[in-house]
Design a protein around this ligand. Sequence first.
Ligand SMILES: Cc1cc2nc3c(=O)[nH]c(=O)nc-3n(C[C@H](O)[C@H](O)[C@H](O)COP(=O)(O)OP(=O)(O)OC[C@H]3O[C@@H](n4cnc5c(N)ncnc54)[C@H](O)[C@@H]3O)c2cc1C
Length: 689
Amino acid sequence: MKKPACLRSILSFALITRVLAFKWSSPVVGACLSFYKNYDFDCGAHSDYYVCLYGSQPFLGSILSCMDNGAKTSKERDETNELVMFYARQYGHRYTVDDLERFRANATKYMRTYLEASKIRIVNFPFTANEGLFEWNEDAEKQMEVFIKRDTVWLGWGLVWFWVVVIAWSTAVNINHRYIGIPVPRTVSQFCRKYITYPSTIKIAPTLFPTRLHTIIISAFVIQVVLSSSIGYGYHIASPYISSKYLVLNMLQHRSGGFSAVMLPILVLFGIRNNPLTYFSGFSFADYMVFHKVAAIIMTTEGLIHSIIWTIYIVCLQSNYTLWVKETSFVCGIIATVIACLMIFVSLKIFRNHAYEVFLVIHNCFSILFVVMIWIHVKHLAYNKWVWGMLSIWCIDRLTRMVRIIMSGGIQTLEVEICDAKVLKISFKKPRWFKYYHGSYLFVSFLTPWFTAWQFHPFTTISSPVEQDGTLTLYVKVMKGVTRRLSQLDFDENGKIKIRGMIEGPYGSPVRSCKVEENCVAVAGGLGITAVLPALYCRFLQDETVQTKTEKQAAKVLKTLTSDYAVTASLYWIINDIRYVKWLHSDLQYLANNGCKVVILLTRKQLTECDSSPHLEAAAYTIFHSECRPDIGLLVSSCVQEAFKTGNDISFYTCGSESFNNIISDKLSENIQVGCKVQLTHHAEAYVW
Ligand SMILES: Cc1cc2nc3c(=O)[nH]c(=O)nc-3n(C[C@H](O)[C@H](O)[C@H](O)COP(=O)(O)OP(=O)(O)OC[C@H]3O[C@@H](n4cnc5c(N)ncnc54)[C@H](O)[C@@H]3O)c2cc1C
């Protein structure tokens, strides 16, 4: 006899879903299974429904005979055999083809009709399927197969192709800009900078959409996801087993589950340190972190829709809730969705700002747990190739990180020196195998104290001409986590200590130095100085090598340098502690002596012994005291006005908080005049992701 309507509906829904999402599937098998699922082969009350079902001789005999009738060719018959063996294996029954033949032969002896089976509650004999119902269902299955295997797969690939197109376009622009030099009309580049790439989206608070360019890309992607999730739900053949409402929901859960899986490799690729795209696409690691967050939100939202639809069915099936809770794949899917939601929550900026270490632990542990859960959830489904993709990318990244650590010298000695209560200087031998170019950054794991060894923190290398050759230097601001613990170590009387650590790098693109014929303005807030110094050093090293340039280039440079308005290089450093100047004195002096205008804007006047130190008296740079924060916008505007007067192009290198960079970007976009002879360029670095 047939099962109650709700149970029937659920099992049909589950079955259609299961059959169609499996690695291989067949409308014949789907149609047969759907038909027989409506009968109770004495498994309804069994604690493990599917284990019981695939061990039931009447059930196996019935579906095998149904498949034999439905299969049009011997190849199709073999495929249906394979599929039945595969399903049975999932529930602990390891059948061979011979076993199936035996079941068939045995079943023919007891075969009855579906009319007889419909009259009794528990069916204990094999029976033939209703041919009309079978054909109807087979057509409905074929229709679903087109929806899942053609439409959803292609639309899923469409999401991948969206990023391929965006990255290809930005790579072309970047390669042309860096190496080929096909001239882009100045008005076009000025228009793009003024209205698209420089203005921040929301002026006051930096958000998930730092600039208009990010906003355009993200909005276009979200529109594509929404459209792709909403089209193609029209069906011509209704299912004989589930209502049209449930059929559409079933289609929707397939689409959302599929899209969630498609997002996995994209999500990981954008989030890894060794993202190869950063080397040529022109998007920085910080840009990819924005895309990583967007991919995570889309993946989780799709996963949530997928899980909610399944849960609706479970709620409908309250009496058989235990049946589902025992389904490992179902439980793992739900856990994966919950983990993804929690990961998004702890990644919120407010959380990261207040407890970065907690965020890091949770993010790392949950990522591993998520991968395990999602793998169990999809291991037998066609979607598992996306998980393989994600795992491969993740493994390659981990391997590359290990290679980088080994080639950077493995465990090595780091000399940590206290510059002042808030700044540490870390020096170590330059790695032999890797060149740490100007503007590169690296990750450091401090093995003292030992329990912080698992954390790798990014710092910018200063390849300073005033530092000892063969040494790399990092200036580190003492924050609340690892850096604070480092500052609390037992330093000797000279304020130094040697500790063990691991270096992983170099990362980041070489700094784009400004051309010799353009003005170079560096503006840094606090320790952001470490990011802008490499640009200035590059500039001066470049000037020193002017003689080695080709005659044509040299003539151009000479003309610029001897024009009425010589090009300039300036550094504006905004600090709130005069002691910063002390530890960077030699570098500042070097820049000032080489013709760079160095201006220190001290925002808090502190009369300490440093004020009268011999360093400052002999300084070739200027220090301005101010009781309040300087107006950076005004500073930028005045530099731009000067450039307009001289007619020189001008490049800004800035590093500070996100809002600091945004103010400068917005000011520059305001000042850009489309069609004007002077080109304004902004290279921004922020020490936050
Ligand atoms: C590309 C890059 C280059 C940097 N260069 C320098 C530099 O030259 N000098 C310098 O003083 N600082 C630099 N920073 C910032 C530096 O990484 C953090 O200040 C440092 O990791 C803080 O460690 P903490 O445990 O004491 O921080 P916490 O007090 O725990 O956190 C403070 C903030 O630091 C950031 N942060 C903490 N840990 C990490 C991490 N593992 N990865 C990324 N960000 C983290 C977070 O934004 C967090 O909100 C750089 C950051 C980036 C992204």
